[in-house]
Design a binder for this molecule. Sequence first.
Ligand code: ADP
Ligand code: MG
Length: 353
Amino acid sequence: MIYALQVELTRKDLDNIRRKITKQNVVFSDKRFLDSLFLPSNIIGRKNEAEQFLAHIESARHGLVVPLVSVYGRSGSGKSTLIKFVCQNITDIASFAFVNLRKSKTIFGCANLILSELGAALLKSAEGLNKVVDKIGESIENTLALENKKLFLLVMDEYDVIFSDVRGKPSDFVYKLLTLEENLREKGLMLCIITISNNALIDYDLDDRVKSRMGNSEVFFAPYSKDNVLGILHDRADKAFSKKVDDEVLQYCAELSSSDHGDARRALDLLRLSGELCDGKKIQESMDIVQKVPAPYHNIAFEVVLTYLLFTERNVPTAKQHKPESTPTVTRFEVQSESYQIQTLSYLHTLKT
Ligand SMILES: Nc1ncnc2c1ncn2[C@@H]1O[C@H](COP(=O)(O)OP(=O)(O)O)[C@@H](O)[C@H]1O
Ligand SMILES: [Mg+2]
């Protein structure tokens, strides 16, 4: 029998790997600015959306807020960033909790996530959803009493998750939260439920009893234009890279990430990935990398490598001409864009080594 030779990983190998990674990161001065979870201290544009959102909240000063605001728009349009930014800056009138429901797969899990964000202990599923919602109410009351405020903003990001719980009842969950809002109102407290999703909440499959109670307060985030994306990229590139990034690179990233719909997350990822690849490879080698990438990953590989080429080569039109006719278009970023990109990136890195 022939045994495969076991290859040892030595200390020297580790040192080499670390050196390689350091080299990959040499272009960055502070990569945090390219992290999609990074909350910028300055929001580029989006004044109209901030105004629409604030109009709903500020009416609390006159004694009443709408029970629910549905914030919606396509991915990368700045919804999470803007709403978090606003909530963090209006603590003079409101307490808030910002919960990303994507961390859970069931409605019960989502309710528990809210509870844990409010600093309360998690409940077991045997205790039932009603109990969790009651606890959420208690925690909100406690927080408001402690902070001496009357208004609580419960922001549930990626709210569409609740509609993928096949055994749960999304309508019941929304109904229970709206009932909680009414109970608090009877006690002289205000709760505004804010949902963030890709489509307007009213367009999801909810019972009429829920739809009529939740009203139709909406804030729509239109996809960014190429110029909007460029503005965001300029701001971040100045902070994230150790050298000034060529305007052409940013223009190119903005163009690619606006080809389907203006997606700031995709643009920032693209800039980061191409920066990571930018460690001195020349144009032909990079094209070889793309050719080796399996077909499903071809398109993003192209985008990343082309952007990277712009860092290292001045020959942009030539690089663009290399783009194959058969490159699939659109929709590729719409589903699970992050895992898709991560897989592609690891492919690219494997091929590079
Ligand atoms: N107007 C903006 N100003 C600064 N950065 C932004 C802006 N809009 C989006 N971004 C950045 O783009 C990325 C995606 O934004 P995000 O708010 O997560 O989009 P969404 O929630 O609509 O999918 C984040 O890294 C965010 O910091
Ligand atoms: Mg978001």
